[in-house]
Design a protein around this ligand. Structure first.
Ligand code: ZN
Length: 291
């Protein structure tokens, strides 16, 4: 049984400030350890539940945040950037379950360090008209692959939001959001114990179609969240018209309004790839602040 952990950082134990999740700052080094601790707790739980392979995909920013030297030796780590599927790299290898560790709420929402890919330029993302944060977008890709999302960790608002796109998942709130940059934080010893226990329970109760378990059990998670495959339409609201103009230079991207662009994709996986490229074009065009 193979489990994929997609590990972001804004929803890790203790992170509340941009500097906590920004490489090169003194605070960042502290919180890499906290993130690695959350990941290790999930690895321990999944292993206890019978996973014989746990693959961790580093999914934050430069995607080299988890400390390999401190990673539970029962797991392997996908490190580095320019991965075709980004936060969902590893799903293409065929996995039985996926966990979203350290996740956060989306652009325009309340929650600690809430954003969707770009911390300021993107105001909202919709897939087929439905507001979509990173968790929901990634859950669409998982559902398309027939892989259930079994565990979500992050702040309390992320856990609540996941009920919409991963209702079959168990959740662990590692902090309670007070504002975008403040939370009541639980210490790593407490969150690790919870993540381990909940990960073990989540995987233990999963009927695995891949493993030849009863027919009715197959795809349990896949049918409890976003369902199926098929064409997707992605719309993105940006905070300035010049960013929409710039994004609409990409082939296939429509300018729907002064600050809105959209595109069509044949499936969720293609939609994610296209969307990531769009974020690079938008992010690379942002003007410096001036008054
Ligand atoms: Zn992140």
């Amino acid at each position: 049984m193979r489990v994929l952990i997609s590990a972001d950082m804004e929803g890790a134990t203790g992170t509340v400030l941009p500097a906590d999740v920004t490489s090169g700052t003194p605070r960042y080094e502290r919180f890499r350890r906290m993130l690695t601790g959350d990941v290790n707790a999930a690895v321990a739980g999944f292993t206890a539940a019978g996973a014989d392979e746990v693959l961790v995909n580093d999914a934050h920013c430069g995607m080299d945040n988890v400390l390999l030297e401190d990673l539970d030796p029962r797991a392997n780590l996908i490190v580095g950037r320019h991965k075709p599927l980004g936060m969902m790299q590893g799903i293409e290898l065929g996995v039985d379950a996926v966990a979203f560790v350290g996740y956060h709420t989306g652009a325009g929402e309340q929650g600690v360090l809430a954003h969707t890919y770009l911390s300021h330029s993107i105001l909202a993302v919709r897939v087929d008209g439905v507001p979509t944060d990173e968790g929901r977008f990634n859950a669409l890709v998982a559902a398309e692959a027939g892989v259930p999302v079994v565990l979500v960790t992050g702040d309390d608002l992320t856990c609540a939001a996941s009920a919409d796109w991963a209702p079959g998942a168990r959740t662990v709130a590692v902090k309670t959001a007070l504002s975008r940059h403040a939370a009541i934080c639980r210490p790593p010893a407490a969150t690790a114990a919870d993540i381990r226990a909940v990960a073990e329970a989540a995987l233990s109760e999963l009927p695995l179609g891949h493993a030849g378990l009863p027919e009715e059990a197959a795809g349990r998670g896949a049918t409890s969240g976003p369902v199926g495959s098929g064409p997707r339409t992605v719309a993105v609201d940006v905070d300035s018209p010049y960013l929409a103009d710039r994004a609409s230079a990409m082939p296939g991207v429509r300018l729907d309004g002064p600050r809105t662009v959209s595109f069509d994709a044949p499936d969720a996986r293609s939609a994610l790839r296209h969307f990531r490229a769009l974020t690079w074009v938008i992010g690379g065009g942002r003007e410096a602040e001036w008054t």
